[in-house]
Ligand binder design. Structure first.
Ligand code: SAM
Length: 377
């Protein structure tokens, strides 16, 4: 637990899942920049808060606060931190939202933690403009090295009263009021999947406009398996591409799919893609790894994430492997594609007795893990 102290508030905050505050603090310099310098009006909205520093701060100023995030882990963080009894006076009027943002009609200011892709920012601003009209005050902050100059130029060109504040502790703050009109945005982007049909995804979903090279290599491997049937879990499903590959290469098999992802928009996109192929028996879980999933799996497919925000991290992959070992049937297999530069093999060895390398190329290794070991107490 870490203590965030500002002139008007004191907040006890924790990351979700818990991480020692010495390794990762549950806020960054961009959060502090917003908290110390940005206007929040009477009815603020927060977009993309990672663990609740922004939402809890605003809710503590007695402002009814709307907070939108796509991530299950962030929602858990915001929820847990806002309900921590040590955090006094956090207003109960904290509305958490996911999926397509629906800003309350009274929203008069928006705080945004900079996203990873420009599409997300464009989508949030277009949605706010459509729902609230022009003139809303927006404050956007992020770590300077992650905000390309062309984003700044675009913001200045299409909005009013644009101000770029001095960089503080490597964070940038931009303030502006929403302009009259923003350039059009392609909300659903797609590419051709293994079945030659469109695979579509919403803004922010992993590799939504082209097939990731790792996913492509993994799909080739899936197509060469002798058979694939029974309960299949697509762990970290993104747009559902790996599930679509299973249905395409093993059409005659009795396949029951379960798809899981931390991103609500990934789940929505994957569902859309499966329905478009007439497959309606899938189960979907917006969750962290396999939390609260109880399917006994014959095969688990995993192309694991290796970022937490903008930093490289294998923590989510480790949780995925551990939980996969818990859910596999006796003769089940976990298939994992690993970037060569990431130390996945030792993590997999903790959960499985047998790890076989099925294939590799210059960038990736594909592992088949069987005989899950009992969890260590
Ligand atoms: C490398 S992408 C793979 C996407 C897709 N399976 C593919 O191969 O194209 C990793 C996916 O894991 C999801 N993810 C990240 N952290 C997660 C977590 N803690 N629990 C579940 N999914 C997570 C991301 O949202 C992303 O969709």
């Amino acid at each position: 637990m870490a203590l965030l102290t500002t002139p008007t508030s004191e907040l006890h905050l924790e990351c979700y899942p818990k991480v020692d505050a010495k390794i990762q603090q549950p806020w960054d310099a961009a959060d502090i920049y917003l908290i110390e310098s940005a206007n929040y009006g009477e009815f603020p909205a927060v977009v993309n808060d990672q663990w609740g520093a922004l939402s809890c701060f605003l809710a503590q100023q007695n402002s009814p606060t709307y907070s939108w995030t796509d991530s299950f882990c962030s929602q858990m963080g915001i929820n847990k931190n806002s309900q921590n009894p040590l955090n006094t006076n956090v207003s109960i009027d904290l509305i958490l939202d996911q999926g397509s943002p629906t800003f309350p009609s009274c929203t008069d200011s928006i705080w945004i933690q900079c996203p990873k892709s420009f599409d997300q920012l464009h989508w949030w601003l277009s949605t706010a403009l459509q729902q609230l009209g022009p003139g809303i005050k927006v404050s956007l902050a992020g770590m300077a090295k992650h905000i390309p100059v062309k984003w700044l130029k675009w913001l200045e060109q299409h909005n009013n009263d644009y101000q770029q504040h001095p960089i503080k502790k490597k964070a940038r703050l931009m303030t502006f009021t929403l302009g009259e009109k923003l350039p059009p945005l392609t909300v659903l982007k797609s590419y051709l999947g293994p079945d030659n049909k469109e695979v579509s995804a919403l803004p922010g979903v992993f590799s939504r406009d082209h097939m990731d090279i790792g996913s492509r290599f993994f799909i080739q491997q899936i197509s060469q398996l002798n058979s694939l049937s029974g309960n299949i879990i697509d762990l970290g499903c993104g747009n559902g591409l790996l599930s679509l590959a299973c249905l395409h290469y093993f059409p005659e098999q009795n396949i029951k799919l379960t798809l899981c992802d931390d991103s609500s928009l990934a789940i929505e996109s994957a569902e859309m893609n499966l329905i478009a192929r007439g497959y309606s028996q899938a189960e979907f879980h917006h969750t962290d790894a396999l939390l609260k999933v109880n399917t006994c799996a014959d095969t688990i497919l995993c192309n694991p994430p290796f970022h937490s925000g903008n930093r490289i991290s294998t923590a989510a992959a480790e949780r995925m492997f551990k939980q996969a070992a818990r859910l596999l049937a006796k003769d089940g297999q976990l298939l994992v594609i690993a970037n060569r530069h990431l130390p996945y093999a030792p993590l997999l060895k903790k959960g499985f007795k047998h790890i076989k390398q099925l294939n590799c190329d210059a960038k990736f290794v594909i592992y088949q893990c069987t005989d899950a070991l009992p969890p260590k107490r």
